[in-house]
Design a protein around this ligand. Structure first.
Ligand SMILES: [Zn+2]
Ligand SMILES: [Zn+2]
Ligand SMILES: [Zn+2]
Length: 392
């Protein structure tokens, strides 16, 4: 059998990371369609910087949405008169929030505050300067924001928090080796990823970010990260491995109302209210409805892409906890695959799927669907045109 890294999930071995043909996630037992294969918390995650600036209030550690459902809807529809029925379906409880005593940054619970303090926040706490735009770390974040407009796909905070974890760790080597398990791309592909994250001006911009980071947050044990090549690899790492996270107390409220025991008329009225609210949300805030960020997940990042995946990623707890759910029955030793494309992306033609995967994740997809469509002579000019128009 190929060399592999065994992994444990709540004590039971459920999957392993194969290093057979590149990296891959392989089932170690059988799963039925709908089973939760594993749940995983990120090594590090961070809210996107514009998302935070626009007052999507999220726990600094787990990204749980901290506005209650009603406050969130009022803000996103720009209508403070909205009153949500069934307020008991909202799980946000401000009496459980906790603050960092030095900088007052907000957490959903004392548990999250302590976890952040023990992992990275002591090295990162700005104390009374947290909101001071002249603090060098805030200048770096503002600089990133000025280079990277919504829709956001990455965050320099992932890099900053990772360095803070290393600064704070008793055993720096252990933390560094955890991050070194992420796939590293070859050098010219790293250029492409940095380009994708920052756009046309990327060379100058990356150099500005790199020198600012070296000045304000240097860490000797990973000094190679501060060289141009090392900084490029960090960008590639967050670009190809960063998993998007979205949380919303409003959508949690909607889910909770679905479990209410209601009469038919009452149920119909509630559905109508929710439909109308979603319409207004879309009118005013478009697709920016969630607290958004990204995180690095060790197991999930080992899962390869397929255009016909046998598993999908969900966030069932309204925080950064990722759940990998089987979409079909899976046998032991079968590879577990997920889709790197959104569901709309998956419905596109092969050319367009492959273009997006090549640009964003640096590989050519050879899944069964792509191979069969490759043989298929019916690839039309219409699809070729779609390819021209596509701009991911
Ligand atoms: Zn939290
Ligand atoms: Zn603090
Ligand atoms: Zn494919």
């Amino acid at each position: 059998m190929a060399a592999y890294m065994e992994t444990e999930c709540e004590g039971a071995r459920v999957v392993y990371i194969s290093s057979d043909k590149g990296k891959g996630l392989v089932a170690q037992k059988s799963f039925k369609s709908g089973d939760v294969i594993l749940e995983e918390k990120p090594l590090v995650c961070a809210q996107f910087s514009w998302n935070e600036l626009y007052k999507y209030k999220a726990c600094e550690f787990c990204l749980k949405s901290l506005e209650n459902a009603e406050e969130m809807v009022q803000r996103l529809t720009n209508d403070p008169s909205i009153v949500l029925p069934f307020p008991e379906c909202c799980e946000v409880d401000a009496t459980k929030f906790a603050f960092c005593p030095q900088c007052q940054v907000l957490y959903c619970s004392p548990h999250c505050r302590d976890a952040a303090l023990n992992s990275y926040h002591q090295a990162l706490c700005l104390g009374s300067s947290r909101e001071n735009p002249d603090h060098p770390l805030n200048q770096l974040i503002n600089q990133w924001r000025s280079f990277h407009y919504p829709p956001e796909t990455g965050s320099i905070m992932l890099i900053i928090k990772t360095i803070a974890m290393i600064k704070q760790a008793k055993s720096k080597g252990a933390v560094i080796s955890m991050f070194s398990t992420f796939v590293n791309s070859v050098i010219n592909e790293r250029e492409d990823i940095a380009h994708k994250l920052l756009g046309a001006q990327f060379l100058d911009q990356r150099e500005i970010l790199r020198s600012m980071l070296a000045e304000v947050f240097f860490e000797e044990s990973v000094q190679e990260w501060y060289t141009p090549e090392g900084f490029n690899s960090l960008f590639a790492l967050i670009g190809t491995n960063g998993q998007g996270i979205g949380t919303s107390s409003f959508s949690r409220w909607v889910k909770a109302t679905e479990r209410l025991q209601l009469g038919d008329a009452e149920k119909e009225q509630l559905d109508d209210t929710i439909d109308k609210l979603y319409e207004r949300l879309e009118e005013v805030s478009g697709s920016f409805l969630d607290c958004e960020g990204s995180g690095l997940y060790q197991l999930q990042s080992a899962a390869n892409h397929s255009c016909v995946p046998n598993a999908e990623i969900t966030f069932p707890h309204g925080d950064h906890t990722l759940s990998l759910v089987a979409l079909e029955d899976i046998q032991p030793d079968e590879e577990i695959t997920i889709s790197y494309l959104g569901c709309c992306g998956l419905e596109r033609g092969r050319h367009s799927r492959q273009k997006a995967l090549k640009e964003n994740y640096l590989f050519t997809c050879n899944c069964l669907k792509c191979l069969s469509q490759c043989d298929d002579a019916s690839i039309t000019t219409e699809e070729e045109e779609e390819l021209e128009e596509d701009d991911y």
